[in-house]
Design a protein around this ligand. Structure first.
Ligand SMILES: [Zn+2]
Ligand SMILES: [Zn+2]
Ligand SMILES: [Zn+2]
Length: 258
């Protein structure tokens, strides 16, 4: 296990000093069939770490398991967190004046249909009424009116955006594209580094991130976010609670403040 952890650390520094690319490292570290926590050495080490009784309910019934309260983020989630930092670096490169009328028209061409809409909130969720006046009522903002406005519409994209909104959107899209073109390597490298950090934490930080649970407590926690009341040990309560309702009436606090 030590060897594996040292490997992870050395891949991380190879990424940081640029001697390996994110593709090379992620091919080795994350594409191999066996997840690190399925490796035999790790399972064995886990066994040594598991305590003799459930830290939740005190049960000694085997099998006891190591319940993790922290999990590695997905690679995609890391990307989502890192990307905005790089978006900011190019934010402002494009501005709305540079979007040509033709670009706007090209997008608006997609909206070939026409729909009736609410004159106030411009949503198409309006109801035509048979006898009542005014004839229409908006399902969204609830105002009543005689004459709906007409909006351009496409089945695929919904109501056509206002040209000002569209301008902003096109600027955003161009900026996104630029951020990816310019910083793809940096973004993905950082994501692989963070994934490695996550793996290391998951494989080592048991003291803080795990507890020994019996099968029942692990099941209740994972499936229902419940645990036995800390006082009577019988009634099930939410994982954030200390005592069940009955025990609270006997003077125990519902929630423990740390
Ligand atoms: Zn238990
Ligand atoms: Zn409305
Ligand atoms: Zn109780």
């Amino acid at each position: 296990m030590k060897i594996y952890l040292n490997e992870l650390k050395s891949y991380k520094s190879s990424l940081q000093n640029g001697t390996m690319t994110y593709q090379e490292v992620s091919n080795i570290v994350f594409s191999s069939g066996t997840k690190p926590w399925q490796r035999k050495e790790w399972r064995n080490q886990r066994k040594d770490f598991i305590k003799e009784q459930c830290e939740q309910c005190g049960s000694k019934q085997q099998p006891l398991v190591l319940q993790h309260f922290w999990h590695p983020k997905s690679y995609k989630k890391h990307i989502r967190e890192i990307y905005p930092i790089y978006y900011q670096k190019v934010d402002g490169v494009y501005n709305e004046n540079e979007i040509s009328d033709k670009e706007i028209q090209d997008v608006l061409k997609l909206f070939t249909e026409t729909r009736d809409a609410c004159p106030s909130c411009q949503k198409i969720s309006i109801n035509e009424r048979k006898t009542m006046t005014p004839k229409y009522r908006c399902g969204r903002c609830k105002i009543e009116f005689d004459k709906p406005i007409k909006l351009k519409f496409s089945t695929q994209h919904g109501v056509a955006p206002h040209p000002d909104e569209l301008r902003k959107k096109l600027v955003r899209e161009k900026t996104q594209l630029l951020a990816w073109e310019k910083y793809e390597v940096e973004i993905k490298t950082e994501a692989v580094i963070r994934s490695i950090d996550d793996s290391i934490r998951y494989l080592t930080n048991w003291e803080e991130d795990t507890k020994t649970f019996c099968k029942r407590c692990a099941f209740l926690w994972d499936k229902y976010r419940k645990k036995p009341c800390k006082v009577c040990g019988e009634k099930l309560v939410s994982t954030l609670m200390h005592a069940c309702y009955k025990c609270q009436q006997e003077g125990h606090p519902g929630v423990l403040i740390e």
